[in-house]
Design a protein around this ligand. Structure first.
Ligand code: NDP
Length: 480
């Protein structure tokens, strides 16, 4: 009997200790999350969303409609992956539309409901204590109360010899952007999923032939997509082909070396372009080491909600999803994340009246293009001769095309940099679709391309996607 009482006492003590531990943790969390901590702070963003694909934009729509001051940091690829696809037939409610159009429409109505979309990227985030600190690519620090990570995923690369060397010189991940530069050429697409098949279909409108190189003996893509590809006589499929190297002549790609996975024999396949479509990896560099990630590197969620392991931080879309990876699912995730974030802010007691009482000043981003004169368009070779051939200052030309999402995203950045640095160089734009003779004259192989011209000679062609800081550095280097 005495023993029994001792056991009951022991269980009671343990339960008491667990309860006390839980109570102390709750108290600590409550004080950690007390609004008093933000009294008098400036540059506060109550509802911060990082990323602007279907997940980020849907979260923004709900954040704004639920009455929160919502800022979407659009990141390096506004609109996300859909802006690089052609026709989409599985976006709920829209039978068939171009991916970029869907995103442009979504962006417009998110803005109409009051979310602010900033052409800026978050390059650093501190989630170690609340409120969270976000640093933008231009070095501004903002204080966020609730954060939704919707950074999506990035195209996977193969890591074979030649891939890095010929990146932008024939190796690419965007058929929609680059297809017009491969007119009447032979190209290969690597991969057997929906993206690879879609890229192959986008390319056939321009190129002479497309060879799909698939490492297994079957495709992963949907039956509908397979049917379209198999019935197209300009597309051939090579199964059991693993790419071992990308080869070229130093200036551009000339082909690939493949190994037949059955016979183990290797062969060279000639190609002017190599389009990688081998899946995606979650973009988690920003939060790695701070948020819990799963084995495959996706942000881990606690259950059916979008809560991460840190209170006040939510995640949505492809950055959390190794399974479904559909735009519609990402949009749904974004909506859930926004509702979760709104509940979090409600629990905190945050609203505009409270902000006023606490003397909190909200972040007021300035429009980087405000007051900036647009760089002039080069409309002909004659204009080039008149404006550039004899210029004393270095000249930077942004060669773009309207079908290229990255180009369209970089135009405002180019405009802002041009405005800031016009003392150091002259800046022009060239619509490569409208002025093909000048594009050819400059030796532009694909867009986006930034030309550096000195004393009438093209001294550099930059094909990289650049943020504002990188673009400034490019201009500074012209003085060297
Ligand atoms: P997937 O993961 O579906 O397919 C990747 C493909 O690349 C597979 O064939 C895979 O081979 C192959 N692969 C992977 N690594 C390598 C490598 N190192 N070398 C050679 N081949 C490799 O990615 P997707 O980007 O195609 O699609 C992602 C998601 O987006 C899917 O859910 C897809 O349905 C969806 N999507 C939908 C579209 C639409 O509905 N319009 C359009 C595009 C994508 P293996 O099969 O052997 O692993």
């Amino acid at each position: 009997m005495k023993k029994q009482w001792l056991v009951i006492l022991g269980v009671g003590v343990v339960a008491g200790l667990i309860g006390a531990g839980w109570w102390f943790r709750q108290q600590r969390a409550c004080s950690r999350l007390s609004l008093e901590r933000i009294a008098g702070l400036h540059d506060v963003v109550p509802f911060a969303i990082i990323g602007s694909g279907p997940a980020g934009l849907s979260a923004g729509l709900y954040g704004a409609r639920l009455g929160y001051d919502t800022i979407i940091f659009e990141g390096p690829k506004p609109g996300g992956q859909l802006t690089e696809t052609g026709y989409v037939e599985n976006w709920p409610g829209v039978p068939r539309a171009l991916g970029p159009e869907i995103m442009a429409q979504q962006r417009a109505y998110v803005a109409k409901f009051g979310a602010r979309l900033l052409s800026d990227s978050i390059v650093q985030i501190d989630l170690s204590h609340w409120p969270f600190t976000l640093t933008t690519e231009t070095g501004q620090h903002v204080t966020a109360l609730a954060v939704i990570i919707a950074t999506g995923s990035a195209p996977r690369i193969m890591q074979v010899p030649g891939e890095r060397e010929y990146w932008g010189k024939g190796v690419t991940t965007c058929a929609l952007c680059d297809a017009p530069y491969y007119k009447n050429k032979d190209v290969v697409v690597i991969g057997g999923g929906d993206t690879a098949l879609e890229e192959a279909l986008q390319l056939v409108a321009y190129v002479r032939s497309v060879t799909l190189l698939v490492r297994r003996d079957s495709l992963r893509a949907s039956a509908a997509m397979q049917m379209r590809v198999r019935t197209n006589k300009h597309i051939s499929i090579r199964f059991n082909c693993a790419v071992e190297a990308i080869v070229g002549d130093g200036a551009s790609v000339t082909g690939v070396t493949v190994r037949n996975m059955r016979t183990r024999a290797t062969e060279q396949i000639s190609a002017s372009g190599v389009f990688l479509a081998i899946g995606h990896e979650p973009r988690t560099k920003l939060v790695a080491g701070q948020l819990a990630l799963d084995r495959e590197g996706y942000i881990g969620l606690s259950g059916r909600d979008q809560q991460t392991n840190i209170e006040g931080v939510f995640a949505a879309g492809d950055v959390t999803d190794a399974v479904y990876r559909q735009a519609g699912v990402a949009a749904g995730d974004g909506i859930k994340a926004a509702i979760d974030a709104a509940r979090f802010l409600q629990k905190l007691g945050w609203d505009r009246d409270r902000a006023q009482t606490l003397g909190v000043a909200l972040y007021e981003p300035h429009d980087i293009t405000r007051g900036a004169a647009e760089p002039a368009e080069l409309g002909s070779k004659a204009a080039y001769r008149r404006l550039i051939a004899h210029a004393h200052k270095p000249v930077i030309v942004d060669c773009y095309a309207k079908h290229c999402p990255s180009c369209m995203h970089m135009l405002p950045t180019f405009q802002a940099v041009a405005n800031e640095m016009r003392g150091e160089a002259d800046f022009y734009k060239l619509n490569t679709t409208n002025v093909p003779e000048l594009t050819e004259f400059f030796g532009v192989e694909r867009v986006p391309c930034f030309l550096v011209i000195k004393h009438g000679n093209v001294i550099a062609r930059h094909y990289a996607i650049m943020n504002r800081v990188q673009m400034r550095d490019m201009v500074k280097q012209t003085r060297a």
